[in-house]
Write a protein that binds this ligand. Structure first.
Ligand SMILES: C[S@@+](CC[C@H](N)C(=O)[O-])C[C@H]1O[C@@H](n2cnc3c(N)ncnc32)[C@H](O)[C@@H]1O
Length: 203
């Protein structure tokens, strides 16, 4: 049985049942930032404990906004990012925030284990929300976790929920041009070969 089957995210944070928190930023993101710039403003939906925010904010972004539905995640992220310039945090639902409570028009969205955490039936909503958060021509840098399963696990249960190239092409192709796609050369232990890093540009 998966440890994070429940989707009461706040409860998981209260119980400290957060196996996705590796205490450091996505290795694929760190690699990316070693040879690419991400200037401007960046939204990180489902930022969780904020490890990726630190890497983004200390690599030249003007403003990094971490968004999470769980107040417990935002509290941890606030502790971790205290004193780091340019980071702000918002507790809220990615699917309903596009109502004016957060100013959209971001230059970038960074995705990491948010897409795989949401119900598959809401994936179109995810694409629309992320596209809506970006300015036209803005970029989505995503580290998709495609096969978040150990060998003997039931792939119909989640989160996390699996995905594949065909689904990503179909979903994101409606709103984005695909600029780059590769299996990252660096991953967390156990995620090797199961991730995909993609750069997409909003139409
Ligand atoms: C698997 S965790 C990953 C957290 C972080 N990205 C990381 O890698 O450590 C998924 C996160 O997405 C958040 N989340 C789930 N649904 C959300 C939604 N609709 N809007 C905003 N955040 C959401 C959860 O609270 C949780 O912190």
């Amino acid at each position: 049985m998966k440890i994070w089957q429940m989707t009461d995210w706040q409860k998981l944070y209260e119980e400290k049942n957060t196996p996705w928190d590796r205490g450091e930023a996505s290795p694929a993101l760190i690699d990316w930032l070693g040879s690419h710039r991400m200037p401007g403003t960046i939204l990180v939906p489902g930022c969780g404990p904020g490890n990726d925010l630190i890497a983004l904010a200390t690599s030249g972004a003007v403003r990094v906004v971490g968004l999470d539905i769980a107040a417990g995640a935002i509290a941890i992220a606030a502790d971790k990012t205290r004193g780091i310039n340019g980071v702000s945090l918002v507790t809220g639902d990615l699917f309903t925030l596009n109502d004016g409570s957060l100013r959209w028009g971001f230059d970038w969205v960074f995705e990491h284990t948010c897409f795989c955490a949401i119900e598959p039936s809401r994936r179109w909503d995810y694409v629309r929300s992320v596209a809506g958060a970006l300015r036209p021509g803005g970029h989505l840098l995503a580290v998709f976790y495609l096969e978040p399963w150990d060998q003997d696990e039931d792939q119909n249960q989640g989160p996390p929920f699996r995905s594949d190239l065909h689904e990503l092409d179909a979903l994101f192709g409606s709103e984005f041009d695909l600029l780059y796609s590769a299996i990252p050369t660096s991953s967390f232990l156990g995620r090797e070969g199961k991730e995909l890093i993609r750069l997409l540009r909003r139409h």
